[in-house]
Design a binder for this molecule. Structure first.
Ligand code: R5P
Length: 329
């Protein structure tokens, strides 16, 4: 009887893993990856990322990784296509170079928002997951990916880390007795509930409709916000449209000015900075899963996820539990 070969069966080289660890810092995550290496007191793995004149990318691993426990830190942040392609080519290079085990550490996973099909549109999260899942990784680490059910998109195991406790601790000084945690759309309701439990605050939810990548509108809100100080929480800020619309809806409902906006991933694309500056929020708290644009003129405070990633890498390498570091939602 013919044997059905799964993609994993034809992967190139799967040698026995030795005790040594190598961390590669991908082009998309230079600063964050360097910080992870510093915490782990290890020099980043040597490689070259080349561009051919026609735009093709090539990854060249410049040291032996045979049998090693290899980690690659690379967000699929904008420019998404470039960073995604670098990620999968990196995985292929590591696999072909004989890595014993290969873990992709993807602090920000772009394409995760395309997790449901509407009309005749492509399903980006599934396609990106297929691409990454067949590139040669043994497992992945993500941080607060857009949907908690993201693991279901992949055929390989995911350790879904969370920065929520770190961000909750950082925003705590802005929280008072009359504060309220606000989810700027229904999708963020569970996330808001997690913050609310950590900060011991009530929750409100803004009802949002999205028209395009940039344009959203609100249709009222659920919860008591009148005379209260909102703290808006979300998984990410991209164009800033969601936060802008939520802040307007809160003002219209009689809330005090927004005291803080908290999001794991601060992309701040296009004119997000100007758009959000006009909203007049006192604090924006994001992590360094994506480096904020240098020209951004907003009161942004960056909470580093480097210690979280370093700890997760260490635990995985030593076969220790990651239970305290992952999201259980
Ligand atoms: C949407 O479901 C997400 O959780 C965010 O609310 C959204 O992606 C933020 O994007 P933008 O800043 O462009 O409104």
């Amino acid at each position: 009887m013919a044997r059905v070969l799964h993609q994993n069966d034809v992967r190139i080289g799967r040698p026995k893993m030795n005790e040594q660890i190598t961390i590669f810092v991908g082009p998309a995550s230079l600063r964050l990856g360097a910080e992870v290496c510093e915490i782990m007191r290890t020099a980043p793995g040597a490689y070259e990322c080349r561009r051919f004149p026609d735009g093709e990318i090539q990854i060249d691993i410049r040291e032996s990784i045979r049998g090693r426990d290899v980690f690659l830190v690379q967000s699929t942040s904008p420019p998404v296509e470039t960073h995604l392609m670098e990620l999968v080519l990196f995985a292929d290079a590591c696999r072909r170079a004989g890595a014993g085990r290969l873990t992709g550490v993807i602090p920000y996973f772009g394409y995760a928002r395309q997790d449901r099909r509407t009309h005749r549109r492509s399903l980006g999260a599934r396609v990106a997951a297929d691409l990454i899942g067949t590139a040669g990784f043994d497992r992945l680490m993500l941080v607060d990916a857009h949907t908690p059910s993201i693991e279901g998109f992949f055929g390989i195991p995911i350790d879904h880390l969370t920065a929520v406790p770190l961000l909750a601790r950082a925003v705590a000084p802005s929280v008072h007795e009359n504060s309220v945690v606000v989810a700027p759309d229904l999708g963020a309701a569970k996330l808001a509930d997690r913050y609310a439990r950590l900060l011991e605050m009530p929750v409100a939810i803004v009802h949002k409709t999205r028209f395009s990548g940039r344009e959203v509108a609100t249709r009222g809100l659920t919860g008591d916000v009148e005379g209260r100080q909102p703290v808006i929480v979300d998984d990410m800020i991209s164009t800033g449209g969601t936060i802008e619309a939520a802040a307007k809806a809160l003002a219209a409902a009689g809330a005090l000015p927004v005291s803080a906006v908290v999001a794991t991933h601060g992309l701040f694309v296009g004119d997000a900075g100007d758009r959000l500056a006009a909203v007049g929020v006192r604090r924006f708290l994001v992590t360094d899963s994506v480096a904020p644009p240098p020209e951004l003129r907003l009161p942004v405070e960056v909470v580093s996820v480097a210690p979280l990633l370093a700890r997760a890498i260490r635990h995985l390498h030593e076969d220790r539990s990651l239970a305290d570091l992952v999201s259980h939602d």
